[in-house]
Ligand binder design. Sequence first.
Ligand code: SAM
Ligand code: DTB
Ligand code: SF4
Length: 336
Amino acid sequence: MNSASLNRLRKIYRQPFFDLIQRARAVCREHWKNGGVQLCTLLSIKTGGCSEDCAYCAQSVRHSTGVQREKLISVEAVMKAARKAKTGGASRFCMGAAWKGVREDDPRFASVLEIVRRVSVLGLEVCVTLGQLTGTAARALRKAGVTVYNHNIDTSPEFYPNIITTHTFKDRLETIRQVQKAGMSVCCGGIIGMGESEEDRLRMLEALTKFDPPPESVPINCLVPMPDTPLEKQPPVNVFELVRLIAVTRIVLPRARVRLSAGRTRLTREAQALCFFAGANSIFYGDKLLTAKNPGPDEDLILLRELDLLPSSVTARPVPSQFSAKSTRRDVPAIP
Ligand code: SAM
Ligand code: DTB
Ligand code: SF4
């Protein structure tokens, strides 16, 4: 399909590299006056043993990766990690579970609600990623204190069946609809480096731009090729393709937090700096993602300090839209 919106994305993506990143930088400065990089700490609260066959994932039972199935961790263990994240400077805490989804009548869901209630008093933004949700489960999470729900579309609708067959792209959209209806913000993005084409990456972005309201945050993950998954041999992503995608995301979703997500251990400091220049304004912070490694917090703080980027606070928001919506090209601040 050749929609007008896809053509627009292609045009933005394919302009000369420096024109693209300068434009993205200007859009970022217009909409995020105070700059700042959001530090989001991840915690796996239920690891391994997942029924789904996501080709990239170390936690699927379909791949013998050696990641053991564990039980839901205790509320005390979660609180310890959340307090540590807060003391370390994180403003968002995201808890992930290796589940296809949750049902409101599952006793483990009651435990998750209790965890959320306890974490939400710490004053951090509370994010969870638990897979598919019913409307009732979404409302219960909202009531317990979840501010943001992470549910990625991962790739284009067309490429999706090459990566996952146990649920559909449409199933993902349905959960996102339930999250929005329940009044939570949506964190939704994808993974690059799984063998998809440039067109697939743009189609994924096209799908994200159609959300109403638009996603509050967009994680761009580079595949972490987990040993013994079908994607273990995928070559690393071309860094300039990553930067281009971040820049286009910034331009078409100006008010979203664009998160430079999984895969930073394979990026140089200079590559990460280019990603921030092109509009990334959030990272996962802490030496572990869910099962994979992430750069250590000290390393990240040094990098941010050297780039004069400040960690942003919980209250940091994009410029209110009544100001940014009216802006014209002339309002875009001069590119330094
Ligand atoms: N089970 C829930 C789900 O699938 O939504 C929540 C956890 S799942 C691990 C969250 C997201 O992590 C996935 O949608 C995917 O985008 C990302 N992810 C998982 N494994 C990854 C990998 N090896 N490399 C990059 N991103 C990965
Ligand atoms: C997202 O987009 N990336 C995070 C978070 N949302 C849950 C997960 C990355 C997982 C990387 C592989 C692992 O740790 O197993
Ligand atoms: Fe399960 Fe989520 Fe991993 Fe897919 S990405 S196998 S749903 S934990």
